[in-house]
Design a protein around this ligand. Sequence first.
Ligand code: TMP
Length: 204
Amino acid sequence: MSRGGRIISIEGVDAVGKSTQSLHLQTWFKSKGVKVTSLSFPDYETPIGREIKAFLAGKRTFQAEVRHMLFAANRWEKLAAIRESQIENEVVIVNRYTESNLVYGVANGLRLEWLAALEQGLPKSDLVIVLDAPSMALTSRRPGPKDSYEKDHEMQFRVQSLYRELAPKFGWIIVDGSRSVRGVHDSIIKVVKGSLDARLRARL
Ligand code: TMP
């Protein structure tokens, strides 16, 4: 494959289990001898990531356009790292990617086309898996302080339904995330096996 590793994005509302499932998926690929790595967005360690952290913590106020431009810019900041990961690996798992900005941006009243244009030219996801679960059940899942997006329950509902609404349009695959960690992992593996190119699939 000339352009290198395939990008698998793990998406969904806050606290649906993306980090856990990304980790399990990475471990599974490794156990099959596939070269794999993980990235995660927002990357809070970059200069723009620190701005994102500040507004999510309520320490800075930006209008929606600026917030979502910053989320997109945070990926542009990491372009070299994304490309390098693709060159070095057969699979790159990304815990939230461009799709998050489409969904959360629209949930904040922005236009889908405007949001998509911000990321034109970045490597695209080859497979998008959306973990879906009733958001009310999720708020109790993750204890501890919540950021400004997590605290907004109405927005979490809008985000949940937008993932469902946009999935068929963009070919995102919805997986029921309300089951056990093992059950969700098994479903993810099925989807992944069904979507990889034949050469990689033959090794799994
Ligand atoms: P996190 O909780 O996964 O670290 O993400 C923080 C919040 O940022 C979460 O509510 C989703 C939102 N977000 C966007 O709106 N656009 C993006 O591009 C990303 C990566 C996250």
